[in-house]
Design a protein around this ligand. Sequence first.
Ligand code: AMP
Length: 279
Amino acid sequence: MQIIRDIATLHRAVAALKQGGKSVALVPTMGALHEGHISLVRMGRRVADHVVASIFVNPTQFGPNEDFAAYPRDEARDAGMLVEEGVALLWAPDVGVMYPAGHATHIEVAELGADYCGAARPGHFDGVATVVAKLFNQVRPDIAIFGEKDWQQLAIIRRMARDLDFDIDILGAPIARADDGLALSSRNAYLSPEQRKAAVSFPKALQTAAAALANGDDMYETLAKAEAAIIAGGFDSVDYIALADADSLEQLATFRASARLLAAARMGKTRLIDNYPVG
Ligand code: AMP
């Protein structure tokens, strides 16, 4: 596996991979890889001839009081995992390559990025959309794979690809969970062993609420119960818990087919997100 840090070399390497009409799938990540990321890579291996992974901890998607500096970084370990999975090349640019001096243009995500995680993290999805658009132009993949774990992000990227005419198939991969149900996340590493145990209350409460909503239970009551269960389980606060249309992310007052239950909660310094289909 080649590790590439400059755009000219990347273009040559991807062109070589594409020779003979071969297809390329891109799996963008911020590193600190776990089985969730690896499931995306495996999907890439199934749907394309070659997988290109990227690792870039994107400063523009972190707010001023967020964990950019503390975000876990271990490129050597990550690269070892990607080699094992048969990844063809790793695109790992420095910040100065991604954002050279004078970089001034960005993508603005309108209503899709305003609520849910966007409300607690102003500018976050503009940063995500801009870096993903740049990754698309840098790598020029046929397919790009994102996790359903970040449901709002996946919906925004699908919309961006459509709005900006990227000729790239956007695929969503199912959420990889630990045995107790907690969605795998690089941020789980921030949790102490006690916090990690308590964190199971989050997916449990969401799963229970999703089943209740599909069953026709009252939405406000169900969401209030879920929020109480998350707090009782050891979380300090719930940023949001909402029923949304799976594609438009429009907030729903009642259950309908294609609804998704979206939530974010904080335990100490750690903010976790999760989502479940309803029905
Ligand atoms: P990140 O490194 O956290 O930016 O994540 C990179 C990609 O992996 C994103 O498309 C995430 O949605 C996806 N991802 C992260 N965790 C999981 C998970 N537990 N299951 C599925 N996909 C995931």
